[in-house]
Design a protein around this ligand. Sequence first.
Ligand code: GLY
Length: 353
Amino acid sequence: MKTLNINLKDKNYKILIGKGLRNKIKNILDENFKFKKVAIITDENVYKIYGKEIKQQLLSGNKKVEFIILKPGEKTKSFNILTEVYNKLLDFKITRSDLIIALGGGVIGDLAGFVSATFLRGIKFIQIPTTLLAQVDSSIGGKVAVDLDKGKNLVGAFYHPELVIIDVDVLNSLDNRVFYDGMAEVIKYGCIRDEKLFNTLMSFNCKNDLINSMEDIIYTCCDIKRQFVENDEKDTGERMILNFGHTIGHAIEKYYNYEKYTHGESVAIGMYLITKLSEYKGYTDINESNKIKKILIKYNLPCDINLEKFDDLLETISLDKKNLDNVLNLILLNKIGDAKIVKSSLEFFQEVK
Ligand code: GLY
């Protein structure tokens, strides 16, 4: 097992990364916390695979356990679902000395985190991410949120977990598309901060090689995210570099109504297109976009869209809440492993064709 420590101004917490950690949850919790009750927020799919075994483990330690099982999918991360979840916590009579566990992917992590931040003005919570995307990105760094009808993540907070438990073995139960969705964020870390990681990912011959190195890879990604979060917890400066590929990516997701491309797939296209464009404009070394294209193809990720759609995407980017007064903080690469923030505007995209 590997451990990372996140040290923030007002809070420190650990990320545990290892194989089979889901079978040690009871011991890990007992070693780190005093509590009587634990509410586990999860979705139907995750509950089906891991619910029973985790429940038995925790009951064997004489804890009161309540599962709150929600429908899988982004629609669950809605502001409207909060009343139902808060009521279930009230019925369970959970107190501020108890715990909430977020057991699932990004949707569950964000929602359960938001519930924990707000219920009784804050309950301690643990992240147990079950997708690769959640393990390397959304479970770390304290961004918790729910969606409004008008857009994603519009109501949220910075509220860090007490502990993140990453069981690398749960990746074996993911279908390929969900697994590769997370690989887009792994590749992103290589692009923005770690050329060695990028080259290692390029060097694997098959999925098995990758899976065998997954503990190290997840550690490397979490460690990179740790540095950005420690240096800029509230996302006003260098943490924005984690959004490489996301300006175009978010626009693609939204344009296709979150149905055609997953988050990782949209970010994959975003990383390639922004780098192609920034190469063309002289911000990035020549040939870096080709390297990105190759690695995305290798990991079953898309890298291009029909460019006729690009004008519509520009419209979507212009409506993005991050595009304040037409100032866009663009994340561009100098080269693979080295990123920068460039203040620009929508005009940057005009010559994409
Ligand atoms: N997902 C980007 C961040 O946490 O800042």
